[in-house]
Ligand binder design. Structure first.
Ligand code: AMP
Ligand code: ZN
Ligand code: FE
Ligand code: FE
Length: 279
């Protein structure tokens, strides 16, 4: 069984539509794919139709933006009730704040490089969640940088001069909102220290007490040392260990299925989640 529990579509910052993403996952030989767009569930319905058509199992989820004492944190929510009012309101607030934030980043960038807000909107297309990757795409289209990675290397980096943070719920509150919505909360790439600041060990105790179910240990942004650290923490706190590709289509080098989750872990997620897995 090849199970990839982390992937993005054009509903957020992936480059393929939800249906195209699911078709690509089937072609890549995956048995199970989780759709985890940033801060939205809008891709769930088209992805479910495509999953039935292509004979692949779909886990419907969301990558929820959050913050822990100023550190940006991503929480994978699996199989929640997509209509739960408190979580819906949180995601809506974050999506709204992301637009204001991206506009502000464009204002700062425009002082030094050719970019307008219209350029970003053109790249965002039908995305309901605007992110730095769309700003990166506008920079690529305008010839400022060759690709998304080059944009993140300097202009868009979290500690760079053009970066603006956006509102996101406190991580423990986000975990509680996911659990209240019947979802299974897994901390996404918690040891991705090359991207920006990461949380210390105590944070996992706090989030486990709030209902966190697992840690995404197997992720390309984790060094062997981080994987070892996170596995030990998961052991200590009785958390599930997951893996995923964090595939974004053509926008990143990540390939579908490059990191996987064990079937017995998926069985626990399925058992705990409120929404059905689509088969
Ligand atoms: P945002 O949530 O708008 O701040 O942007 C985060 C998104 O940017 C995530 O989906 C990441 O995949 C992507 N991202 C973050 N850091 C990098 C990086 N160093 N290189 C390429 N993409 C990145
Ligand atoms: Zn993304
Ligand atoms: Fe993430
Ligand atoms: Fe992601």
């Amino acid at each position: 069984m090849r199970i990839d529990l982390h992937a993005h579509s054009s509903a957020s910052d992936g480059t393929q539509s939800p249906a195209e993403l699911v078709a690509a996952a089937a072609r890549a030989g995956l048995d199970v794919l989780a759709l985890t767009d940033h801060d939205t569930t809008v891709g769930w319905a088209p992805a479910a139709r495509a999953a039935r058509e292509h004979g692949i199992t779909l886990v419907r989820g969301t990558e929820v933006s959050a913050r822990w004492r100023g550190v940006s944190v991503h929480l994978l929510s699996y199989l929640q009730d997509p209509d739960h009012p408190a979580l819906v309101a949180e995601l809506e607030a974050t999506r709204h704040a992301r637009v204001t934030r991206a506009e502000r980043m464009v204002e700062l960038l425009a002082v030094d490089v050719p970019i307008t807000w219209a350029d970003v909107l053109a790249q965002a297309g039908d995305a309901v969640t605007v992110g730095r990757p769309h700003v990166a795409d506008a920079l690529v289209a305008n010839g400022v940088v060759p690709d998304r990675d080059a944009a993140f290397a300097h202009l868009l980096r979290a500690d760079g001069p053009y970066h603006v943070p956006h509102y996101a719920p406190a991580a423990a509150d986000a975990v509680r909102a996911i659990v209240a919505a019947g979802g299974v909360a897994v901390f996404a790439h918690p040891g991705a220290d090359a991207r920006g600041r990461i949380v210390p060990d105590e944070t996992f105790d706090e989030l486990a007490a709030a209902g966190l179910a697992g840690l995404e240990v197997d992720h390309r942004d984790h060094s062997p040392a981080q994987r070892e650290r996170l596995r030990a923490i998961a052991d200590r706190l009785g958390l599930l260990v997951t893996g995923g590709s964090d595939y974004h289509g053509a926008g990143k080098v990540n390939e579908l299925g490059e990191n996987l989750t064990r079937p017995e872990i998926l069985a626990v997620i399925e058992e705990r989640g409120t929404s059905e897995v689509v088969r």
